[in-house]
Design a binder for this molecule. Structure first.
Ligand code: DWN
Length: 399
């Protein structure tokens, strides 16, 4: 395995076994042709970058049937409104244009429609890009890469702000993406992005953040080291509560902007937690194996006691948990979800049926495995009746 940035050899430190496409919810007739890859992870010592070894071709994941819509969570819609407000308060200064990488259904960019700025989203998945367009968000239905970006000649070194959320960790050719940013960004421009945070994944043992789409799990240390290689620099880090613990990163051209005071505090904290070195990997591997062991034991005991177990929210993350721990229909009867594109299909790899939320309310299980543990508050608020019926929520992370 080679580091996707430095090209140096890396020895994978653990494998989660054979994994299907995390969002590849499928019909029974497609079981026999299901795609699997060996999901190994490694860590680049030079730039402290946690990364997948193999990954499927991005076109297998981001196409006309991508089944995730940012607008499906009210809490996330509010978060994106606040993210936009924060950008306006901190970085709007004669701003004329803004580009989002991985703009999904336009939930974030919609917040800029009332400003007199040009905003454009790059979104490779056609179905979600079409929704954004319908929402009045100008969307280019393409991957954000150097080839596509360099066609925007009128924006060359004229772009004020490039931003993203839960998108940059999905891009295997990160170097090429940075060349694209370098092409567009003006001298004083900023690149702002937020992603699930390595430190939170480590603390919570939320290994389900790792799947085909999540090629990288970033830390402040890694992002700093990456951009140092491209004559850019990390100027701010802000922790975010979203997706079980994320980090917002602000990057500028070297020497063009002041660095925030909190930057060094977070980098020091990462050093203390060994997020900058290989010790972290050894500990993380052990923690994942222990978590799997505990979960399997817990589920086995519930089944021994005759309990009915259902899954709640057919997340991409659930694909990692179910396949790594080999949890199938012998344990979980069904998984309920709000997404039409997933309902009446089966979960990738372990083939658990996906049902609408109505089914959960009409077929109340004893135990609900909360796969969207990151949306705990939003879901608990909707499912008060489940608790009143003596239902129990469980997850592999602390709820
Ligand atoms: O980075 C990514 C994140 C942002 O979204 C992508 N790679 C794919 C996706 O990951 P995920 O599927 O793990 O995301 P969520 O937001 O944790 O879960 C979304 C799923 O949960 C959807 O299928 C809808 C479902 N859901 C539900 O059934 N009821 C979600 C909420 C909030 C609910 O109340």
């Amino acid at each position: 395995m080679n580091c996707k940035i430095t090209g140096k050899k890396i020895k994978p430190f653990m494998s989660f076994g054979k994994m299907p496409i995390a969002n590849g919810f499928l019909k029974k007739k497609d079981f026999k042709n299901e795609f699997f890859f060996e999901m190994e992870v490694g860590f680049s010592k030079e730039i402290s970058l946690f990364q997948l070894n193999n990954h499927p071709n991005p076109k297998l994941m981001f196409n006309k049937n991508y089944p995730f819509f940012t607008g499906s969570s009210k809490v996330m819609v509010k978060h994106f409104a606040n993210y936009a407000k924060w950008i306006k308060n901190n970085y709007f200064n004669h701003t004329k244009n803004l580009i989002e990488i991985g703009s999904n259904d336009g939930t974030f960019l919609k917040n800029f429609n009332s400003n007199k700025i040009k905003n454009i989203g790059f979104e490779p998945s056609k179905n979600v890009a079409d929704i954004a367009t319908k929402n009045g968000v100008k969307t280019i239905n393409k991957f954000f890469n150097y080839k596509n970006v360099s066609k925007l000649k009128n924006l060359k070194n004229k772009t004020d702000i490039i931003c993203a959320a839960n998108a940059i960790c999905h891009v295997p050719n990160l170097k090429d993406l940075i060349y694209g940013i370098d092409f567009l960004l003006n001298k004083n421009g900023v690149f702002i992005f937020e992603e699930p945070y390595l430190g939170s994944m480590f603390k919570k043992v939320s290994y389900d953040q790792i799947y085909d789409e999540h090629i990288f799990m970033f830390s402040g240390t890694a992002v700093k080291k990456i951009f140092d290689l491209f004559d850019m620099e990390l100027i701010d880090l802000i922790k975010q509560p979203t997706h079980g613990g994320s980090m917002r990163y602000v990057v500028a051209r070297k020497g063009q902007r002041d660095r925030s005071k909190s930057l060094s505090n977070i980098l020091d904290e990462e050093k203390l937690n060994n997020l900058d070195n290989y010790k972290f990997c050894e500990q993380f591997k052990m923690n994942c194996e222990n978590s799997r062991h505990r979960l399997k034991k817990l589920l086995k005991n519930f089944k021994k006691d005759g309990k009915k177990i259902a899954g709640y929210a057919a997340t991409s993350k659930s694909t990692t948990v179910l396949n790594y721990c080999k949890i199938g229909t012998d344990i979980i009867d069904y998984i309920c979800d709000t997404t039409d594109e997933k309902i009446n299909k089966y979960s990738p790899g372990m083939h658990i049926p996906i049902a609408p939320i109505k089914h959960f309310r009409e077929n109340v299980p004893d135990i609900a495995y909360l796969f969207a543990w990151n949306h705990k508050q939003e879901i608990f608020n909707k499912e008060k009746e489940f608790i009143s019926k003596k239902g129990k929520w469980i997850s592999h992370v602390d709820l």
